[in-house]
Design a protein around this ligand. Structure first.
Ligand SMILES: *Cc1c(COP(=O)(O)O)cnc(C)c1O
Length: 375
């Protein structure tokens, strides 16, 4: 049997054309990126591996707006949330919660045996700088956990401003879940002095699931040294040592690294991170314009307020009498995948994951189909 998939395999014949899968994770992966995974294995302690890792350095730094090393691990993003907590929280963290992923960060703090103080806002809202300052004045913590783009509600936190507030206090680390922002929304890792910023491969980076990536500040690495029970597999210091020599910590998910190499080359060939950010901002505007116009007439509205809407995922309240799950199902029947609401927002909202390699044109087509379905 031919070892390579031939164009007439059933899987390929039933694969829909690219540009119709708008789930807010995993995101649709470009066929060129998928194809890049079909390559022979290499020894992960050899020169080929070093060269592969060296090739990631400059493009990843541009995406993360950092001069520091970008760690790459074989696990989903939640693994690196756990790394953030185990290596960055000595005793107590303040966890900002406005949806399911903020909640997850808080739960990881608790499950790692640290104290968690929750600062909660309604779903679709974000913790604002004054609220954060008040909370930090009231409670002494070693770290703050927050989610930049809350995928469950489509809310975008004012990360730069929140970071300035955290830095008004001494020795408080800022641990950031940037899973649906890195690669789609600017994350100024160095300028905002973020101590730990993490993502997963399957969101705005538009890779298959299975990789996590993160950047740690020098301060975070110092704090980690003083925490003996960091664990082994997700020890940030092990990642720092390995990355210094362009080495993986353990046997990496090689096909996903091949996909990463292909995706980074594609990003650079299409205008770099800046062009990507502009395209994502434009996609947010496309949905906003639709909600102001025909979508609004049909009864759709944004869950998050103006100025706090993610560029990568739009969470919309559905018209009275409609149901998010049914809308997603009806879209699916027409060949389009969107997300229904998350958790207890399942029925009252839909989520359109317009991140990765999607385009404003494709998104307009999706919205036109949504109009037909909602009528
Ligand atoms: C998807 C997601 C995660 C978790 O990702 P996994 O890769 O499934 O572990 C965490 N935070 C946010 C904001 C996400 O969107």
């Amino acid at each position: 049997m031919d070892s390579r998939p031939s164009p007439d395999t059933k899987a390929e014949m039933t694969t829909p054309e690219f540009g119709r899968f708008y789930l807010p994770g995993p995101t649709e992966v470009h066929p060129d990126v998928l194809a890049a995974m079909i390559r022979p294995m290499i020894p992960h302690r050899g020169q080929d591996m070093v060269e592969l890792m060296q090739g990631f350095e400059a493009p990843l730094r541009r995406i993360w707006c950092t001069e520091r090393r970008v760690f790459i691990g074989t696990c989903s993003a939640t693994g690196f949330m756990e790394m953030a907590v185990r290596c960055g929280v000595k005793q107590r963290a303040l966890s900002l919660v406005g949806g399911a992923f903020g909640e997850r960060f808080a739960a990881i703090v608790a499950s790692a045996g640290r104290d968690v103080v929750r600062l909660e806002v309604a779903k679709g809202r974000t913790v604002e700088p004054d609220m954060l300052r008040d909370a930090l004045k009231r409670t002494h913590v070693d770290a703050v956990t927050l989610v930049h783009s809350e995928t469950s509600t489509g809310a975008l936190a004012p990360l730069g401003e929140l970071a300035s507030v955290v830095h008004e206090f001494d020795n408080v680390l800022l641990l950031v879940d940037a899973v649906t922002s890195v690669g789609g929304i600017p994350v100024e890792t160095d300028a905002w002095k973020l101590d730990f910023t993490l993502t997963g491969s399957q969101k705005a980076m538009a890779l298959p699931p299975g990789l996590a990536m993160a950047v740690a500040s020098a301060r975070m690495l110092e704090i980690a040294k003083g925490i003996p029970e960091r664990g082994a597999y997700l020890d940030v210091l092990a990642f720092d040592r390995a990355a210094a020599n362009y080495q993986p910590t353990n046997t990496p998910a090689l096909p996903l690294l091949y996909a990463l190499a292909a995706q980074l080359a594609r990003i650079d060939a299409t205008g770099g991170p800046e062009a990507r950010w502009r395209r994502h901002e434009e996609m947010r505007r496309v949905v906003e314009a639709w909600v102001k116009g025909r979508g609004g007439e049909l009864g759709f509205s944004f869950l998050p307020p103006d100025g706090r809407r993610s560029w990568t995922v739009s969470c919309l309240n559905v018209p009275d009498g409609a149901n998010g799950r049914d809308l997603a199902r009806d879209m699916k029947q027409r060949g389009w995948t969107i997300g229904s609401g998350y958790g207890d927002l399942k029925r009252s909202t839909i989520r359109i994951g317009h991140m990765g390699d999607h385009t404003p044109e494709g998104l307009r087509e999706l919205l036109a189909t949504l109009e037909e379905v909602a009528r």
